[in-house]
Design a protein around this ligand. Structure first.
Ligand SMILES: Nc1nc2c(ncn2[C@@H]2O[C@H](COP(=O)(O)OP(=O)(O)OP(=O)(O)O)[C@@H](O)[C@H]2O)c(=O)[nH]1
Ligand SMILES: [Mg+2]
Length: 460
């Protein structure tokens, strides 16, 4: 499969200053040399590695110029894919890029699948699987912290944790095998204690990694946040204020929002997937009622609820209904419209929502929103994780594999405690090794690899 040469447009399709057609594989230079004419008359098959050349892409059949380009040559093995790579820097328009790509394909390259350049970097052994996965996380990072987590992974942060663990487990296996091979030496007792110690150590290491997974997932996917409250309290106004754009319709008619409106917002480096919902109340309006039902369903998935109250109204049955729903949820209570004459006492609200953060705001006058952002920041950054230096587990795939590895190691421990023969223990340990190997890609099936790279963009 690695015999063929692949090509794709690696920049977004649209108008831009430049656009790049990338070619990788053993025919990359051959193909490029047939369609590229250097202004200074160079043959790009003989130029040095990591050099760039000015010239024209011409259709060899007609001699017609397709575009004026800069062409860079990077020779194996010091390239993104470890193969010969040619990048053609075209003018960034859809037409020139497509025409150049068509020519490249006509002269022997195959259109690359999504993520195939990165997949080759993995298959050719330049990076491991966790590093390859980091590439897409970098492209999709939504915040500074998310980006530095992904860069840590690209630099091998995950493998630096997994590899020593694997070494430990392999050492344990060697111990066990020695005691099976030389039973007369009576090393069994000693081995058992040693093995247990090492396995417990491995469990602690895995648990430390898993501790970072919850926040890691948030960094990658955004903190699932819903804005909830009865109709007309200013939920959509709050969404617009946080997004700094007029995304949701705001009117003084209760029941304005009927569908869920969602967007991403970056609050002090924390990505929020924020949803504005229909105000919750009993209603005979069919459309609104469906909206209310949807709002209620969203409570289940929410990781943070911004519960909005109206300072100019008394606490009502509708508020109570929602208060009941969010009891066990991570909630910030917002008393909005504090610019109006107050009918709702802050103290009472604080008593009612003991243990939850209560903040007075006025979306209209832009008051209290800073305090809200600080509260969200504190909530998220609290705890012992050092986002800049620790390796954070952000992928669900990694998290699940770590959990399975942990389960296998625990199984090994209980097998030992049940005084089962040591060779059975080694089965569990081998299983743990398989799971760990799937993280870095040492032990992984072809279709899992395909699934991972299919998530990538074309040309990466
Ligand atoms: N005085 C004052 N009015 C506000 C404030 N925030 C929002 N409003 C007004 O309250 C009304 C309702 O605002 P929305 O944002 O549509 O309220 P909502 O909670 O989304 O309402 P539904 O979608 O019907 O559930 C609008 O007229 C807003 O201009 C505030 O801080 N002070
Ligand atoms: Mg609304």
């Amino acid at each position: 499969m690695l015999d063929d040469t692949i090509a794709a447009i690696s920049t977004p399709l649209g108008e831009g200053g430049i656009g790049i057609v990338r070619i990788s594989g053993k025919d990359a230079l051959g193909i490029a040399s047939r369609i590229f004419t250097s202004v200074s008359g160079k043959d790009i098959r003989t130029v040095g590695s990591h050099t760039i050349h000015y010239g024209y892409i011409k259709d060899p059949k007609t001699g017609k110029t397709i575009d004026e380009v800069m062409l860079s040559v990077m020779l194996s093995p010091k390239t993104y894919t470890k193969e010969d790579v040619v990048e053609i820097n075209c003018h960034g328009g859809i037409l020139p890029l497509k025409k150049v790509l068509e020519l490249v394909l006509e002269y022997g390259a195959r259109l690359a699948e999504p993520g195939e350049f990165t997949k080759r970097a993995f298959l050719n052994g330049r990076i491991d699987l966790s590093q390859a996965e980091a590439v897409i996380d970098i492209i999709r990072a939504k915040t500074d912290i998310g980006l530095s987590v992904a860069l840590n992974h690209l630099g091998g942060g995950i493998s630096d944790k997994i590899n020593p663990l694997e070494d430990k487990l392999l050492k344990v296996l060697a111990h066990i095998e020695a005691s099976i091979d030389f039973p007369e030496h009576d090393i069994e007792e000693l081995t058992v204690e040693e093995v247990k110690k090492e396995l417990n150590y491995a469990i602690t290491e895995i648990e430390n990694m898993l501790k970072t997974a919850e926040k890691g997932k948030i960094l990658r996917e955004g903190l699932n946040t819903i804005i909830a409250g009865k109709p007309n309290v200013g939920k959509s106004s709050l969404l617009n204020a946080l997004l700094r754009e007029k995304k949701a319709i705001v009117t003084d008619i209760p029941g304005t929002t009927r569908d869920v409106i969602e967007d991403y917002v970056n609050i002090r480096g924390i990505p929020l997937k924020i949803m504005d919902t229909a105000g919750i109340r009993e209603t005979n309006d069919l459309v609104e009622r469906i909206g209310v039902e949807r709002s209620l369903e969203l409570f289940e998935k929410a990781e943070l609820v911004l519960f909005v109250l109206d300072a100019s109204k008394k606490f009502s049955k509708e508020d109570e209904l929602i208060a009941e729903k969010i009891k066990n949820k991570n909630t910030i209570v917002l008393i909005n419209k504090t610019d109006l004459p107050l009918k709702l006492e802050e103290l009472k609200v604080k008593q009612m929502f003991e243990g939850k953060k209560v903040i007075k705001i006025s979306v209209k006058e832009n008051r209290g929103l800073d305090e809200l952002e600080t509260a969200i920041e504190k909530m998220f950054l609290a705890g012992e994780i050092d986002f800049n230096n620790d390796t954070i587990i952000s992928s669900i795939r990694h998290k699940n594999l770590l959990k399975e590895a942990e389960r296998s190691i625990k199984q090994a421990l209980s097998t030992i405690d049940a005084k089962m023969p040591l060779d059975i223990v080694s089965i569990d340990i081998n299983e743990a090794l398989t799971h760990l190997g799937e993280i870095t890609g040492k032990t992984i099936s072809e279709d899992v690899i395909d699934r991972i790279f299919h998530d990538f963009c074309i040309g990466k």
